[in-house]
Ligand binder design. Sequence first.
Ligand code: SF4
Length: 76
Amino acid sequence: AADMLDEKTPQAAALGYVADTTKADGKKYPKHAADQGCHNCALFQGKATDAAGACPLFAGKQVAGKGWCSAWAKKA
Ligand code: SF4
């Protein structure tokens, strides 16, 4: 499996990615809500129950199911 995305990389930081959605910067991202996570994001390539999965925004890495970034979009 691909390596986990490091939230300190420039690409991750640019989108405010955190491996734990509860650690998202709510001041910088006021639309963030604790119930948002990669697991229920439209871009997440894994199943909702997966601990990690691919995200097209971070090619070659895996994002945490409990993670979050500012590109989060509600899964239809
Ligand atoms: Fe997670 Fe969605 Fe951001 Fe990808 S776009 S890192 S799946 S919140």
